[in-house]
Design a protein around this ligand. Structure first.
Ligand SMILES: Cc1ncc(COP(=O)(O)O)c(C=O)c1O
Length: 387
């Protein structure tokens, strides 16, 4: 089928989701994607911040092929070596103290369960989150989302949610109290335009939580699994070394096979009893094979180092360009600031066969590429931006 036919088919039969780019993808390899008319694109959006190991990394493909032949799925109702060893592998790279794992299937589901665990561990209900944060589209996650119109879409909202200002510790002090179960934060606010807070903010945030007996949750659905150049934002110098009580993950974790997870400590895990949490698909074998292989591929191909290299190169490019007024973010989660609408740049780059992302800040263009993006391939971006 050609592009017109594919587009017409999807539009006729699918309920609307996102405003789609005018391409129909057919295959991918590393940071490259081929579309229906044979055109080749540099994917600096990484399949929606998902394909951290690149499209169809051979190690991941091999692992899921072999697993699919053995067994695609069985739930947590049975034990499985594949699941146990994926959990152990994930715990081996997790921040110190967060060696307990709960698997689910998406980012919003990870956040729902993170908040539920916090309520169970504290016996409290209130959740505090931040202006500009995005946590997903199911009931509790969308109620914790104070970005744009999302809470409106999610009405009626779950009661007991309150908002503090991102990066403003006094506003946190004003809302976190002895009734707060948890504070949930997206440590780099990606969708809001790659907004950052300084390391001291996270240190003070942890102090306020501890003083009130509230738990701290980092939503690392985007920042986790190597994207910012360290395995996690939690425990990194960007977080002032702060390790929260729970980290939620999804997106990159399975290289595109749907999987989410919560990492937590012994205290929180100890408060969860059998049958308190559940999910049919979480911990299924195919997803677990993908998790194990994803972490192996990131390590074997030194992708954390490459993510840091990518950031340095983009900052150089931005400086030399003249039209880019600033660069936000870390590693492979970057926002390029322009003096005018980034949507025009996004559109022109797509015409030059480079996929990037916009954000809810109209002047910020987002780059969320695979962690294995070759620095040499950025020549294409330089030429396109100059043009
Ligand atoms: C920070 C963050 N949290 C949660 C989510 C929700 O993840 P999912 O779409 O897998 O439910 C997203 C998705 O973009 C996200 O960026």
């Amino acid at each position: 089928m050609n592009f017109e036919e594919i587009g017409a088919l999807e539009d006729r039969i699918q309920v609307a989701t996102y405003a789609k780019l005018p391409i129909a993808v057919q295959r991918g390899e590393g940071a490259w994607v081929w579309a229906s008319e044979g055109e080749k694109y540099l994917d600096l959006y990484g399949g929606h911040a998902v394909c951290a190991t690149g499209h169809s990394h051979p190690l991941v493909v091999d692992a899921i092929k072999r697993q699919a032949e053995r067994m695609i799925f069985y739930s947590n109702l049975v034990y499985s070596e594949t699941r146990g060893s994926a959990a152990e592998r994930l715990a081996s790279v997790a921040p110190d103290g967060l060696q307990k794992v709960f698997f689910c299937s998406s980012g919003t589901e990870a956040n729902e369960n993170a908040m539920r665990m916090a309520r169970m561990a504290t016996g409290r209900e209130k959740i505090v989150s931040f202006s500009g944060g995005f946590h997903g589209r199911t009931a509790d996650s969308i109620s914790a989302t104070f970005l744009g119109k999302y809470r409106e879409i999610g009405k009626p909202n779950v009661p007991g949610h309150a908002m503090a200002e991102f990066g403003d510790i006094e506003s946190v002090r004003a809302v976190v109290d002895q009734e707060t179960a948890a504070v949930i934060i997206e440590p780099i606010q990606s969708m809001a335009g790659v907004r950052e807070a300084p390391p001291e903010f996270f240190v003070e945030l942890k102090e306020v939580c501890e003083a009130n007996g509230a738990l701290l949750i980092f939503d690392e659905v985007q920042t986790g699994v190597g994207r910012t150049g360290s395995w996690f934002f939690a425990g990194s110098e960007n977080a002032g070394g702060v390790v929260p009580d729970i980290v939620s993950l999804a997106k990159s974790l399975g290289s595109g096979v749907p999987v989410g997870a919560c990492l937590t400590n012994d205290t929180v895990a100890g408060a969860i009893k059998i049958n308190d949490l559940g999910t049919t698909f979480g911990g299924g074998m195919l997803a677990m094979a993908a998790v194990h292989a994803t972490l192996d591929a990131i390590e074997e191909d030194a992708m954390l180092e490459n993510a840091a290299r990518f950031e340095r190169k983009v900052r150089e490019i931005a400086e030399a360009n003249g039209k880019i007024t600033g660069v936000r973010g870390k590693g492979c989660l970057l926002g390029l600031e322009f003096a005018g609408p980034a949507s025009a740049v996004h559109q022109r780059l797509l015409e030059k066969r480079i996929i990037t992302g916009t954000s809810s800040d109209p002047n910020v263009l987002r780059l969320l590429p695979p962690l294995c993006t070759e620095i040499a391939d950025l020549g294409l971006l330089v030429d396109a931006l100059n043009d």
